[in-house]
Design a protein around this ligand. Structure first.
Ligand code: NAI
Length: 273
């Protein structure tokens, strides 16, 4: 059911790779809620082509941009305001990648060039988005910027490797820039800390399936789906959450506040029978 929450709003949505992507679901919901927006992804990701189908469904133009390139991001924001006919009301940052994770490097044997590249793609890119937007004065007053994070920013999950540092940095940038942009333009910046979700980025993590099940059993409501994550992002883009800023918001079915669940206790007891 649509509520018209984003009626008349203009946005930029990054990170829709295929139909499992969180950003893909956000785009469909944003369209449903009345927004117009541009889609963006790394030029290399365009080769998969799926984003063209999404663009058709959403009447959206695609502007390729490597999230590490300030020049690409400048082009992204200036073209988006031009195409959409005004300042941008909401931005989704849904970008993450660790070369060390992808290439199976352990935490005690990291390749530092890859580490820096991963930080650049997954975290500094949020700063770059915000700095470019601010310099171009591309965001509307009370605009909303949302990035996606994971609880490995607060607690150690060995398999998450150097992405943990990337997420900690991402959340810190959301706070620091949220302060700055809040002061100057009432723009709000938040991160959503999402449950494990079966996407390309998620499944790249070693032992993901076991962990997905663990988190599901640990959370009183079960893991939050990508569709529900999209619903939450829409509320943060809407005018109903105008005073929420500089927050890391858990969207995880209660996982982050649970010590241990009955299901897990029972599972462990059964092992000892
Ligand atoms: P996904 O693989 O569909 O999306 C990741 C996106 O990042 C892709 O579209 C990819 O093309 C893009 N990307 C990678 N390098 C880029 C670059 N240099 N420039 C521009 N874009 C680039 O996976 P998902 O899960 O939808 O990921 C979206 C966000 O959600 C990421 O920040 C991820 O860390 C976060 N997240 C994912 C969870 C999961 O379990 N899947 C849990 C919590 C957070």
């Amino acid at each position: 059911m649509a509520y018209g929450l984003l009626k008349g709003k203009r946005g930029i949505i990054s990170g829709a790779l295929d139909e499992n992507s969180i950003a893909w679901k956000v785009a469909l919901k944003a369209k449903e809620e009345g927004a117009t927006f541009t889609l963006t992804n790394a030029p290399i990701a365009m080769r998969m082509g799926a984003i063209n189908d999404l663009a058709k469904q959403c009447d959206a133009e695609i502007i390729p941009a490597d999230a590490t390139s300030v020049e690409d991001i400048e082009n992204l924001f200036s073209k988006s305001t031009e195409i959409l006919g005004g300042k941008i009301d909401f931005v989704l940052h849904s970008i993450g990648m660790s070369l060390n994770v992808r290439k199976g490097k352990e935490y005690g044997d990291l390749n530092y060039e890859w580490f820096q590249k991963g930080l650049d793609i997954s975290a500094l890119s949020l700063h770059k988005f915000l700095q470019v937007a601010e310099k171009q004065d591309a965001l509307s007053e009370w605009g909303s910027v949302v990035a996606l994070s994971y609880i490995a920013a607060q607690r150690t999950y060995s398999f998450y490797n150097d992405m943990a540092e990337a997420k900690a940095l991402l959340e810190s940038i959301a706070r620091s820039y949220g302060y700055r942009y809040g002061k100057s333009k009432n723009v709000r910046v938040n991160t959503i800390s999402q449950s494990p979700t079966k996407t390309k980025a998620g499944s790249g993590i070693a032992g993901f399936d076991a962990f997905y099940e663990f988190a599901d059993k640990m959370s009183p409501l079960g893991n939050a789906s990508a569709d529900d994550c999209a619903n939450y992002a829409i509320t943060l883009f809407s005018d109903l959450t105008r005073y929420v800023t500089m927050q890391n918001l858990y969207h995880d079915g209660g996982y982050s506040s649970t010590g241990i669940s009955e299901e897990l206790v029972t599972m462990i007891q059964d092992q000892h029978k």
